[in-house]
Design a protein around this ligand. Structure first.
Ligand SMILES: [Zn+2]
Length: 197
């Protein structure tokens, strides 16, 4: 019975010349427009090539983080709505997905080089999930820490530069002393005029 309904519906579009023209024009217009629309910035895992899907608002397609929530829900899981007619199935699928993702993540982490792992941990520190307020505070704190570290590094370098300068001055004085002592030992009378040279 439902098949019959679908056939009737399809037939409406297929039989009418006017509708076919509308449909053809619509798909033609879309095909002309699509190549110029911004594409997803991710690399496709399967091919290693840039993803060819259309980008969403944040520059990624729906499969590469385009649907990831921003603002208060940044980085947090999106649970199905309670009002959804199949909320239970959606929820169990979501939980299953998350378990699978955790297993895959553990595998990836185990295979990482120390350098990759360090990069991952740094990214985790700088991309914590949650509302923007605490994230901004975190960012400010990290910047302050870095500035302080830089300041200490500069302060620590100061004595080094100073001692370098002193060592050079000492060398110079030693050379002067040698110059003064040499002529005095060789010929105290004739070279007397050079003593302060
Ligand atoms: Zn993509």
């Amino acid at each position: 019975m439902s098949t019959g309904r679908r056939n009737t519906h399809q037939a409406g579009w297929q039989r009418s010349t006017q509708f076919r023209t509308i449909a053809r024009a619509a798909i033609k217009a879309w095909n002309a427009k699509r190549p110029n629309l911004p594409k997803c910035g991710a690399t496709a895992k399967g091919t290693g090539e840039p993803c060819k899907q259309l980008a969403m608002e944040n520059g990624r397609c729906a499969w590469h983080g385009g649907k990831s929530p921003r603002g208060k829900r940044y980085g947090l899981p999106q649970w199905p709505s309670k009002s959804s007619p199949n909320a239970v199935e959606k929820m169990s699928r979501k939980l299953r997905d998350r378990e699978r993702q955790a297993r895959e993540r553990a595998k990836r982490l185990a295979a990482m080089t120390p350098k990759e792992r360090q990069r991952y941990e740094e990214h985790r520190q700088t991309h914590k999930p949650g509302p923007p307020g605490p994230r901004a505070a975190d960012r400010a704190r990290r910047k302050q820490n870095k500035d302080t570290q830089n300041l200490f590094a500069t302060a620590e370098n100061q004595p080094a530069a100073e001692s370098q300068f002193l060592a050079a001055a000492i060398d110079e004085l030693k050379r002067k002393l040698e110059r003064l002592q040499r002529p005095a030992a060789a010929d105290p009378v004739t070279d007397q005029g050079d003593i302060f040279g």
